[in-house]
Design a protein around this ligand. Structure first.
Ligand SMILES: *Cc1c(COP(=O)(O)O)cnc(C)c1O
Length: 430
């Protein structure tokens, strides 16, 4: 006979007091969890419909080789994603190495020499700076291909400055207005498609009807009942090792949007004149179908985990964004610590909670492209997958950690307990 408390939660060295505090936090989240589940149920139905309407069967999972003409697994996966993401059409490819690669492919398929790209949500995600040519003179960047870049910063309180966006749009006659839905790694809220983005989309359309509206949708998929495409975005883009891969897709990205925009991007995806007709995959397509099927649930598990982290640390007086009961449009939870020591201890506790590489102790390091040291906790099955429980933090004031993911709430909850235990050892939480 083994003692139950030697095999369960207590076997992680989590005290009764910590377990009690987490249970107490959880008891305040019933209505928050109910709202997350309501969204999950809506999106699960939407994805199931998509799979059924495309009559998914065994032959869609088969690998292909060579040119990949008439690859039914690939072509039908595009259709399933289009339906699931409120779009007319989509390109879903394991060959997208990352979200950044998918975003760059979309931008370079839509922009031509002389065009202006206008960023409406301030500076885009770090990895896009060189790709666009905002910083550096990289060969192949949009800037070297003759595209001009302009940006409108967010307001002080992290909102889109619509009048300034419209003025810049009219001044520059921009061909594209670009939005980033997620907070990324900044202290602001993610933009809700219906209430934050849709009004700006309408204003953009009114000012310049032929302007393309493009959204970096990374981390946002299935956190709400409808994607930005449902409110007039021409194109949305994301990574399959985040929400829409459901934790199952091993790699890849997607681009979804209007038929017209997707046809243009398809020419850039492979070769003008060949477009989407080619491209084989010698692995099975099954993880991508299964991934999108699981995605509404996995995303909901991540959202619940994020809300629990927020509530537990709010209860010990820390600043959190979003607040535990706020609506969410991405899976990222920002937490502010008072000291570098606490920030590092927090990230180490997330690593210690991981199913893979749990024995590794993350250290702050000088990551290329960053001005301060960065610490990263990621013990994921899929390398770098941030739909799995993970955390990152630059070691600078204000000491902010960005945590996201959790394939199951049961796991996320253990992560919260280990993190709280670590904070209590530092006397940060009572
Ligand atoms: C993850 C992410 C990207 C793309 O990053 P990759 O690491 O290249 O997949 C772009 N924008 C945002 C907001 C993201 O969260």
């Amino acid at each position: 006979m083994v003692e139950l408390n030697e095999t369960g939660i207590a076997s992680f060295g989590i005290s009764m007091k910590t377990q009690e505090l987490v249970k107490q936090a959880e008891s305040h989240l019933a209505s928050v969890f109910a709202r997350i589940e309501d969204t999950e149920y809506h999106n699960q139905a939407k994805v199931l419909r998509a799979l059924q309407e495309e009559k998914i069967a065994l032959h869609h999972f088969s690998p292909t080789t060579g040119y990949g003409y008439d690859d039914i697994g690939r072509d039908t996966l595009d259709k399933v994603f289009a339906r699931a993401l409120d779009a007319e059409d989509a390109l879903v490819r394991p060959q997208f190495t990352s979200g950044t690669h998918a975003i760059f492919t979309a931008l370079s398929g839509l922009l031509e020499p002389g065009d202006v790209m206008l960023a409406a949500t301030g500076r885009p995600y770090d990895t896009l700076e060189k790709a666009i040519g905002i910083s550096g003179e990289e060969y192949g960047s949009l800037r070297r291909q003759g595209v001009f870049y302009e940006e409108v910063p967010l307001t002080e309180d992290g909102k889109i400055d619509t009048p300034a966006v419209i003025k810049a749009l009219l001044d520059t006659e921009a061909a594209m207005v670009y939005f980033q839905r997620s907070r990324g790694y900044s202290w602001r809220n993610a933009f809700l498609p219906e209430t934050d983005l849709a009004p700006v989309f309408r204003a953009v359309r009114e000012a310049k009807p032929d302007c393309l509206i493009v959204v970096d949708n990374c981390y946002g998929e299935f956190t709400q009942k409808a994607e930005p495409t449902a409110f007039g975005a021409d194109v949305i883009i994301g990574s399959l090792i985040k929400n829409p891969g459901g934790g199952i897709a091993p790699t890849g990205g997607y681009i979804a949007g209007t038929q017209e925009a997707i046809e243009r991007i398809a020419q850039r995806l492979t070769v003008p004149g060949m477009g989407r007709e080619v491209g084989s995959y010698a692995g099975s397509y099954m993880p991508f179908y299964q991934g999108i099927f699981l995605a509404p649930h996995t995303t909901a598990q991540s959202l619940k985990t994020a809300a629990l982290f927020a509530r537990v640390f709010e209860d010990c007086g820390m600043e959190t964004l979003p607040a535990s009961d706020a609506p969410r449009s991405d899976i990222v939870q920002s937490l502010r610590f008072k000291t570098a020591e606490a920030l590092i201890a927090f990230c180490r506790s997330i690593q210690a909670a991981s199913p893979v590489d749990s024995f590794v102790v993350p250290e702050p390091w000088d990551m290329p492209g960053y001005t301060s040291k960065v610490i990263m906790a990621a013990g994921a099955f899929v390398q770098g997958a941030s739909i799995e429980l993970s955390a990152d933090a630059p070691i600078k004031e204000p000491y902010t950690a960005y945590m996201q993911g959790g394939l199951t709430y049961g796991h996320g909850r253990l992560g919260v307990m280990l993190a709280l235990e670590a904070m209590r050892k530092l006397n940060i939480c009572e």
